[in-house]
Design a protein around this ligand. Structure first.
Ligand SMILES: [Zn+2]
Length: 112
């Protein structure tokens, strides 16, 4: 613990608005996001990240994941799912200053 870590205190499910290829693309319903942000603020919580799964694909971000990540400083958590079972979970922080230089950087996660 060095004081810079973010601590997950709750998680919320959100609907996937994509219907064209929902298995490998995702887009959180903006209505869900606004509601979740409001409910969190009432508890003194901020949104610090987003999670999604990769069915039968590695727990690495895809070019689409980077393109669709817009919350700088937030964590993007990806869990690989093999034959229906959660396998590996990795987390990446969206770094950079704008859409032109953004990156998803490996970050350590710890389950406590
Ligand atoms: Zn993905």
């Amino acid at each position: 613990m060095d004081g810079n870590e973010r601590v997950v205190t709750s998680v919320a499910r959100a609907g996937n608005t994509r219907t064209d290829s929902a298995h490998n693309r995702y887009n959180i319903d903006p209505k869900d996001l606004i509601r979740i942000q409001r409910e969190g603020r009432e508890r003194g919580e901020d949104i610090i990240g987003f999670y999604h799964s990769h069915p039968d694909h590695p727990a690495r971000w895809s070019p689409t994941d980077l393109a669709e990540a817009h919350w700088f400083g937030c964590s993007y958590v990806i869990t690989s799912v093999e034959k229906g079972n959660a396998a590996i979970t990795n987390s990446f922080e969206l770094t950079g200053t704008d859409e032109g230089d953004k990156k998803l950087a490996d970050e350590k996660i710890e389950v406590v």
